[in-house]
Design a binder for this molecule. Structure first.
Ligand SMILES: C/C(=C\CNc1ncnc2c1ncn2[C@@H]1O[C@H](COP(=O)(O)O)[C@@H](O)[C@H]1O)CO
Length: 266
């Protein structure tokens, strides 16, 4: 050919002769807004949900070892639990972990504060709420989610362990989700520390005395929980579990390598 007037490029597509339409893709994008109704539809929400995963993965992919700390949004700054959680944040940083929280007030703030003051990585994964709330001031790496389930994926995906401080429905939801994921092997077994025996013992006893005898959970499921009142014990439990997991991974790699070698030699 090529008569320039008889060829049209639409992105990577070449159109010629009668196939040539009016205008360019950019023109169609920029010349008209069209109806705005689409932003209230599920297909558009799917894109927003996708963007939350993209932002979350992008922010946290290089985080390194981390522990998610959960607990009440209502813990007052002068409550002993605030001071304990602050010490826990510091101790986790000293043990080489970043600290991830929901980025809100109360216990979340205390954990972020301890981590930040200890010079560690203090992460807050906030959530859009019906009332105004910004990330607590001790969050050094933060992101705000619209969707609970996208945010919850980050708590699990980027943590080596959970510490559950005393809390209400939100905290209970986070604890039971973690336990369900481990029980159903959606995540490889990882430690869940219940911090505060006076607060959690009743729940633990009910699980052991009622739920397990009724056959609703196995005895082994309760082994997933570690109850303590001691910051150093909580951290030591997490470190030991992490070491055990590394050793198991090393052993699995050794077995796999050996199998490949033997198969190659046949
Ligand atoms: C109710 C108040 C603030 C709520 N703000 C929150 N911000 C971020 N994350 C939150 C918030 N509330 C709950 N969460 C999540 O659930 C857990 C705490 O819930 P609980 O019911 O208070 O135990 C926590 O780990 C967060 O991930 C008052 O100011």
């Amino acid at each position: 050919m090529t008569d320039g007037r008889k060829q049209h490029q639409r992105g990577p597509v070449i159109l010629r002769r009668a196939q040539i339409g009016a205008g360019t893709t950019d023109q169609r994008l920029l010349d008209s807004r069209g109806s705005a109704d689409f932003i209230h539809t599920d297909p558009w929400r799917v894109l927003r949900i996708q963007s939350e995963f993209v932002e979350g993965f992008g922010l946290l992919a290089e985080l390194g070892a981390a522990v998610s700390v959960f607990g009440s949004a209502r813990t007052a700054v002068d409550h002993p639990e605030y001071a304990t959680t602050r010490r826990l944040g510091e101790a986790l940083v000293r043990a080489g972990f970043a600290v991830i929280t929901g980025g809100g007030p109360g216990t979340m703030e205390a954990a972020n504060r301890g981590a930040s003051e200890a010079g560690g990585v203090s992460v807050g994964l906030g959530i859009e709420l019906p009332f105004e709330q910004s990330l607590n001031e001790w969050v050094d790496v933060g992101i705000n989610f619209r969707y609970f389930f996208a945010r919850k994926t980050m708590f699990v995906k980027y943590a080596q362990a959970f510490v559950i401080m005393p809390g209400g429905f939100g905290t209970l939801d986070e604890m039971f989700e973690a336990l369900t994921l481990v029980q159903t092997q959606k995540v490889t077994r990882f430690p869940v520390v219940l911090f505060g025996t006076a607060y959690w013992q009743g729940l633990f006893d009910w699980l052991r005395g009622t739920v397990q005898p009724a056959g609703k959970i196995n005895a082994a499921d309760l082994d997933l929980l570690h109850l303590t009142d001691d910051v150093d014990d909580a951290v030591a439990h997490i470190v030991a579990a992490e070491q055990a997991r590394s050793e198991q991974t090393r052993a699995e790699v050794a077995v796999a390598t050996d199998t490949v070698r033997r198969n190659d030699g046949q």
